[in-house]
Write a protein that binds this ligand. Sequence first.
Ligand code: ZN
Length: 169
Amino acid sequence: MAVLPIVLVSDHNDVLTTKAIRVPRVDDEIRRLMDDMVETMFEANGVGLAAPQVGVSLRVIVLRVDNQIYQLANPEMVRTDGDQTGFEGCLSVPGWVGEVTRRMRVVAKGLNRHGKEVRVKGDGLLARAVQHELDHLDGILFTSRVNEGTLREVEPAEEAEEPGVVSAV
Ligand code: ZN
């Protein structure tokens, strides 16, 4: 496994604003990408990462919530319910947070590392992270979803320590 460089908005790389393409087949190459993304997410102390954030325009996401790791190819939303509003940030937009209203509960489906269809069901942080990563696959950054007037700059240390701020996605 390898830690990959995370693409930042300041890199002006179109990969962050391009709709990623579906994975045709979950093969060894995709499994290696998934594993490298997990290692990169751990290194960045993140709760989620989408392939475009490591410069790969494929529909692959990884998540780490409550000590559970999820690796999904071609994830899709199956069901959503309720709303939650909270501060959010992004590993590709370091130093900025903003309030984003997301669905409270989600059920998503996708292919696991063996190419088998699985469902991920969650609420709160997991639901927020799934929606944030799915947005990345469509080239959408959280900065275009923030509630008006709530986007603000934070010190990196503050960002990491501020309670209730999900910045590492
Ligand atoms: Zn992000």
